[in-house]
Design a protein around this ligand. Structure first.
Ligand code: B12
Length: 299
């Protein structure tokens, strides 16, 4: 995985308008060595780092990513300048975002995303091609024992913060009559996916009421009674929370027998078993925002 040093080397090389070949000649190494540094396959030794800092006229701390601003004021003045080239490789942005977070650099991770947004990357790309991909990679790192649960919590919380910031900047479409309440199934803690879907619907002009996790069933009934949503969206990731989902759905259907809201269910629990949702009593399964938009357009 690329690290901050490799990102900095590539960006500084480009900013100083060197090709890999030219830089390799200045450093007295093969061109492949530079490519390996930039791809995070090799890490330069101390002597090499010092040579690079001299060539780029920046401090060693800046090159190592320990300092956001070059103390000599000769290199890039802001992180945003370092991010610039990242837009060329959109598919790698989630790795850069994740790298910052794994290094504990939440400010840099936020800066990267806001910079991309301001340069025109759509909110949908940021949500699903940066945040979702980074979160899924975190899942694999956790599963293989490379990171601890606290890092999963940290990255989730930073991501939720940056999501709020991106959403606040996005222009809403004209208000539609559709409304949705979103909850996870009982104690299901995985709620970022549901929040992403509701945020996208909000931007589409829907009235959204996002309730998150651990909502008592009687309280959800009161919310439905007050808000009278056209849809209730329930998210389940862990299969063992399916019972909670069934319980919520049954309670809603019993309470609003005459005109029940449509109940739509989604989430990771159904990934490997597309028929499983049918056991929950929901009216429909959906895996993304587009599905939900389609569903309402057709109703
Ligand atoms: C972040 C995270 C956490 C955070 C959650 C924070 C939060 N506020 O959400 C915390 C640290 C709390 C957590 C806890 C746990 N987690 Co966890 N977690 C993750 C992780 C890394 C990312 C989840 C995520 O946000 N994904 C990104 C979102 C955008 O994807 P999504 O949820 O699938 O949502 C998309 C779609 O499914 C859909 N969608 C979702 N809901 C809905 C609903 C509707 C109506 C619609 C239309 C669409 C829709 O839209 C979204 C956008 O595309 C995943 C890894 C992974 N592969 O997902 C593991 C993962 C889900 N966790 C896992 C586990 C085991 C746990 C824990 C048991 C242990 C642990 N790791 O701490 C606990 C259980 C908590 C509980 N009781 O619920 C496993 C689950 C394996 C399994 N299925 O059995 C995973 C897969 C990690 C792994 N590789 O093993 N986790």
């Amino acid at each position: 995985m690329r690290n901050l040093i490799s990102i900095n080397i590539k960006n500084l090389r480009k900013k100083n308008k060197y090709t890999q070949k030219q830089l390799s000649e200045l450093l007295g190494v093969a061109q492949t060595t530079i490519a390996n540094y930039e791809n995070g396959i090799r890490i330069p030794d101390a002597e090499m780092l010092q040579k690079m800092a001299d060539i780029f006229e920046i401090s060693l701390d800046y090159l190592l990513g320990r300092e956001e601003r070059d103390s000599n004021m000769k290199g890039p003045a802001k992180l945003s300048e370092v991010y610039e080239t990242d837009l060329e490789n959109k598919e790698n942005l989630y790795r850069n975002y994740l790298t910052f977070l794994l290094e504990g650099k939440s400010k840099a991770a936020r800066g990267l995303v806001i910079e991309c947004y301001e340069k025109g990357l759509p909110m949908g790309f940021i949500y699903f091609d940066i945040f979702e991909k980074a979160l899924k990679e975190i899942g694999s790192l956790w599963e293989s024992g490379k990171i601890d649960v606290w890092q999963e919590h940290f990255i989730s919380e930073v991501t939720l913060d940056v999501m709020r910031e991106v959403k606040a900047r996005e222009k809403r479409k004209k208000r539609k009559s559709h409304s949705v309440i979103g909850v996870t199934a009982g104690p299901e803690q995985h709620n970022i996916g549901l929040k992403m879907v509701l945020d996208m619907l909000e931007i589409e002009g829907w009235n959204t009421v996002y309730l998150g996790s651990n909502v008592p069933v009687q309280s959800l009934i009161k919310a439905v009674d007050t808000e009278k949503p056209s849809l209730v969206a329930i998210s389940v990731t862990m299969e063992y929370h399916l019972e909670s989902a069934k319980f919520l759905i049954q309670a809603i259907k019993e309470e609003f027998k005459d005109s029940p809201p449509k109940i739509i269910i989604g989430g990771g629990a159904f990934k490997n078993n597309p028929e499983l949702w049918k056991t929950t009593g929901a009216d429909k399964f959906s895996s993304n925002t587009d599905d939900m938009l389609e569903l309402m357009e057709g109703s």
